[in-house]
Design a protein around this ligand. Structure first.
Ligand code: ADP
Ligand code: MG
Length: 326
């Protein structure tokens, strides 16, 4: 399929996204400059998305762009970092059209405005296989209060922001499952899959308050396992305490077998964090102020790794904790 040449693509689709950041040199040089805020460190993260693996082949290209930025922003958010700028690598298969790329770039442009960041560089290559998109997001944070996975302490309460499982249900809806869901619920759940909300304000407010934190991308259960492993502690998780949206509640009511798979699916992009009980009231105040539910779902214990219990206190067995690629 005929498509613009590499340099025309960069000039037309990507260079406009660098406007507004003078240190990006209009994507006209070999490098860009990035300065962390005074006294802080640069914080770096990368997430790639592959067509057919991370998004549907016929997915809206604008949403693909937005999600690519948001999954990266979520990594900065959960560390308490502020986003500064990003680099983009695209590997383009022959079937990909100029129209797709323009709509993808428009989605990036939307979210750049929303989150106050700019594209500052990247690489463009052809792919003999499928479409691969990769973003390196750079942010700024004071190193001393960076929220790490390894700080959970025995006795900490385990919190999660927002609601869990909406993306899983949105995925099933996209696959034509859950036909009894109302149109309104279906739209909400699809939106949570396609347009996650990185919790940037919350992460910043948790600096110096949370002992450990990470974002929920591989599944609540697996991600809690990562915190336990890094912190060398265990966790007791209460399945009944996991917060569901009203839409999810209505759908799970019909599909009870979904409750377990929901905490192993991922793509939630909420913040999972732990904090000592004496921080309870300040955390509740932060949740109220930001309008984000912050729910206690368990406790950090010694030993490990993660035990899940139902409302009666019985252990709920799990064959697999979360998503793994291989
Ligand atoms: P080089 O081959 O010298 O590394 P390129 O020709 O790949 O440089 O890129 C030229 C300029 O365009 C660089 O500033 C690079 O950062 C930018 N660029 C290339 N591809 C992208 C992209 N997908 N997104 C943003 N900037 C890009
Ligand atoms: Mg992450």
């Amino acid at each position: 399929m005929a498509r613009r040449g590499e340099f025309q693509l960069i000039a037309e689709a990507f260079a406009p996204l660098a406007k507004g950041d003078p240190l990006a040199f209009g994507l006209g040089d070999d490098v860009a400059l990035v300065a962390p805020r005074p006294g802080e460190h640069l914080v770096a993260t990368n997430d790639a998305m592959v067509r057919g693996v991370h998004f549907f082949r016929d997915g809206d290209p604008g949403d693909v762009g937005r999600k690519l930025l948001r999954v990266n922003l979520s990594d900065l958010a959960c560390k308490g970092a502020e986003p500064l700028a990003y680099l983009l690598t695209v590997a383009l298969p022959p079937d990909l059209t100029d129209g797709w790329l323009d709509a993808f770039a428009a989605g990036l442009g939307d979210d750049q405005k929303r989150y106050g960041i700019h594209l500052i560089g990247g690489d463009t290559t052809k792919s003999e296989l499928d479409l691969v998109l990769s973003v390196t997001m750079l942010g700024s944070a004071p190193a001393e209060t960076l929220l790490r996975r390894n700080g959970a302490k025995v006795g900490d309460r385990i919190y999660v922001s927002g609601t869990i499982g909406d993306a899983r249900l949105g995925f099933l809806l996209a696959r034509g499952k859950l036909p009894e869901a109302s149109t309104e619920d279906a739209q909400f759940l699809r939106g949570r899959l396609d347009r996650p909300s990185p919790r940037l304000k919350l992460g910043r407010r948790l600096r110096g308050i949370a002992n450990s934190a990470m974002d929920v991308s591989d599944g609540l259960l697996a991600d809690l396992g990562h915190i336990c492993e890094q912190s060398q502690v265990g966790a007791e998780l209460s399945l009944a305490a996991v917060p569901f949206s009203d839409a999810a509640r209505r759908v799970i009511h019909v599909h009870e077998e979904e409750q377990k798979s929901i905490i192993t699916f991922g793509d939630d992009y909420e913040i999972l964090f732990t904090a000592p009980p004496d921080k309870g009231s300040v955390i509740a105040a932060i949740g109220d102020e930001l309008g984000v539910p912050l729910t206690v779902i368990g406790t950090i214990v010694s030993g490990g790794p993660v035990t899940v219990r139902d409302a009666s206190g019985a252990v709920v067995p799990f064959a697999q904790a979360g998503y793994t690629h291989f």
